[in-house]
Structure formats: C-alpha cells, structure tokens
Design a protein around this ligand. Structure first.
Ligand code: PMP
Ligand code: GLN
Length: 385
C-alpha cells in the first residue's frame, strides 16, 4: 500500500548521502558536521556514573530540574537574562527536536514563515508538515548579508514568524547588532514570533560577541531560542538540546514536546547538569575552534580554493568556480570519489538548488585528519595546473 506523501520533495538528507559516499570511498569525511575527536573523559565518566547509579528511567518530561537550573545560570552568566527553570526552559532530544516543537506549536495552515537560505534542512519540511508556507530570502556568496528592506517587502498579513540562525550553518557568518535591531523593529511592527537557532552560540571567532536574541528584551519576549549540547560538548550523537521561551510560549512548546519524545535520555541529562557546574567547559570553545579554523585555513592556502574565513560554526565555505564549471553536487561527489575528501555542496541548502559553486568543509577534526585532507586537496591543485 502507498500513502500520499506529505513531503513529496524530500529525499535522504545530503549529510547522510555524503557521509555514506565518504565511507564507500574511504574519503576523509569533512562533509557532515560532527567532531572526530572524543569528548571530555570527565563527561563520559559522569554519564557512566549516572547509568551505574541507576538513573535510567524516564526523566520529567520538561527535563531534569538540576539541568534546567544549570541552564538558567548559564544563560544568566552569558547573556544577563533570567529564564525560569520551572516555566521557561525545556530539555529536548537535540536542537532538531526543539525546532520541530517550536514550529509545530506555532504554525497553522496557510501561515507564512520567513527563512533565510541557504538554510538548515529541517526548517522547511517541518513548516510544510504543519500546513505553513515557506517564504524565502536568498542570501548570496560571498557575504551572505541580509537585505532588511527585502525582508520587509516579504512580510504580509499572513506572516507568522521569522526563523534565524546565527552563527550560521553553512555560511559561517554571524549576525551583527544592527541585524538584530533591524529584526527587532520588523517583528514588533508586524507582531511576529521569532525562532532563533543558536546551536553554534559558542563557536564564534575573532573576539566577536554572539548576538543572541536573548540580549534583546523586545525579541526575547516573542522568541523560541534553540540550543544543542551536541555542538557544545562534542557529542552530536547524544541528541540533548533545549529551548528557552517565555512562559506562555514554553507552555505550548511543552504540549508538543510531550508527544514527540515525552522526555530526553536521563543519564545524559544527569551528566551534563554536573558538567555545567564548571563554565570553563564551554568558555574555552571559541578559542578551541578558532585554532582549528586557523589550522585548516593555513592548509587551504596551499589549495586553489577561494575562501573568506568563517566567523563562526565549525564550517568553512570555499569557492571553486574558477577551477571548474561542474555543478557543485557533481564537484563534491568527484572530490569525494577521486580525491578522497568529502564535502557538502551548498546548493543543497537552497530550495531551488541555487548553485554558486561553493562547497562546505567541516573543520571539527583532529589535526591529522585536517592534514590528510589538505594533502589530498593539494594534489587537486597540481592536477589542475
Ligand atoms: N540547527 C543547525 C543550524 C544545525 O547545524 C544543527 C546540527 N545539525 C541543528 C540545528 C540540530 O542540532 P542537533 O544535532 O542538536 O539536533
Ligand atoms: N548539522 C549537521 C550538518 O550540517 C548535520 C546534521 C544531520 O546530519 N542531520 O552537517
């Protein structure tokens, strides 16, 4: 029996596809975003301890209180804001689940939601599942700057929300204070809700401050803000994240969350709550990843790619249009198959497949991995001249 697809245009994600191709060709996998180095043994020990202590049954559906309390303290220290562990913080099974719950709690048939492309792959399908209409602003290589007049023109009486992502996957750009002020003015004038995807909050470089929605009271009061411990603690497979939102919004969010997963894995929550007692564990991240970015950029200099250093996330974009006319999907596949380095074609982040001949590398890797990738990419340079 077949059913009528609710997502007829959705196939297997590009991340799964490129990781599979990388495995098939023993390529260095700089495609899907995940670290290839271990997380802190102290954190692993805390998880083991929680399991051995018998903390293996359902957590409260909104998350363990000690974890919600630690998050409340963390955001107070980082952004000078108060979020109530009781009513405004919900633990989720990763940022992806939080995005799903926020969109599902909000969007009704015919509502228009503005997103910026290139966009993370989950936003549009979830909006579609809710009967919403995706309205897109295309950002362009190399600056990927938002034209706020264009956003203003796209807003209609049916517009319900704007989804943003800073630091941005895949562009590696970060929004400025002026972007946030422009957003704030528009959402207030038009009474819009905001969903802010800030899973890379700590991966921001060159001493730039993360302009979280949390820093802006007029935005905060109308926002779902999404975070992920997968990115923060090098454990993308654990799928623990959280959503901050004012009480009324969190109430609706929690109604959806309780029927998506009910609750998130208990021992991971116990461990992360204890680990968060030491803020140094996340305060070191900008330096840690900036070093990786710089290491990778040095090796890219030996290759024929053109690039602008990433300002945030663990991704680096590179332009190859001066080397080849090939579409980016074909180029990424060829790089994986023939040169042994797997990357993501950026057209995958545009609904209309906009191809600006740009590929994405993930540099959340050990130096040996980045060295091996660089050696292989240098070979590409020799073969092209
Ligand atoms: N948003 C963006 C922009 C991401 O890159 C990711 C990571 N894949 C997520 C959300 C989802 O985070 P998680 O892995 O915690 O579900
Ligand atoms: N966020 C990761 C990336 O952009 C992938 C997550 C996933 O595979 N769904 O590579």
């Amino acid at each position: 029996m077949a059913i009528q697809s609710k997502l007829p245009h959705v196939g297997t994600s590009i991340f799964a596809k490129m990781s599979a191709l990388a495995a098939q060709h023993q390529a260095v996998n700089l495609s899907q975003g995940f670290p290839d180095f271990p997380c802190d043994p102290k954190l692993l020990a805390l998880v083991t301890e929680a399991m051995q202590n018998g903390q293996n049954q359902y957590a409260p559906f909104i998350g363990l209180l000690p974890l919600r309390e630690q998050i409340s303290q963390k955001v107070a220290a980082s952004y000078q804001v108060n979020y109530s562990p009781e009513t405004e913080i919900t633990i989720t099974s990763g940022g992806t689940e939080a995005l799903f719950c926020a969109i599902s709690a909000l969007v009704r048939m015919g509502d228009e939601i503005i997103i910026f492309e290139p966009a993370y792959d989950s936003y549009a399908p979830v909006i579609a599942l809710c009967g919403g209409v995706v309205k897109r602003i295309a950002l362009k290589y190399p600056h990927y700057k938002v034209d706020w007049d264009e956003v203003k023109r796209l807003i209609s009486p049916r517009t319900k929300a704007i989804i943003l992502n800073t630091p941005h996957n895949p562009c590696g750009t970060v929004w400025s204070r002026n972007d946030m002020l422009a957003l704030s003015a528009l959402v207030q004038q038009n009474n819009l809700t905001v969903i802010s995807d800030e899973v890379y909050e700590h991966l921001i470089f060159d001493n730039v401050r993360h302009e979280s929605v949390l820093r802006y009271p007029e935005l905060r009061e109308r926002s779902f803000v999404v975070f992920s411990f997968g990115k923060t603690f090098h454990a993308t497979g654990w799928k623990v994240g959280y959503c901050l939102a004012p009480k009324a919004l969190s109430g609706e969010f929690r109604k959806v969350h309780q029927f998506v997963t009910f609750s998130t894995s208990t021992p991971f929550q116990v461990a992360i709550a204890k680990y968060l007692e030491n803020p140094a564990h996340y305060e070191i991240l900008p330096d840690f990843y900036q070093q990786k970015r710089d290491y990778f950029l040095k090796s890219l200099h030996q290759t024929p790619f053109q690039f602008k250093p990433s300002a945030g996330t663990y991704f680096q974009l590179a332009y190859y249009g001066h080397l080849s006319d090939e579409p980016d999907v074909a180029f990424a596949e060829r790089l994986t198959r023939d040169y042994g380095v797997a990357v993501i074609p950026v057209s995958a982040f545009y609904s209309d497949g906009t191809d600006e001949k740009v590929i994405r590398f993930c540099f959340a890797k050990r130096e040996e991995t980045l060295d091996l990738a660089a050696q292989r990419l240098e070979l590409l340079a020799k073969l092209l001249v």
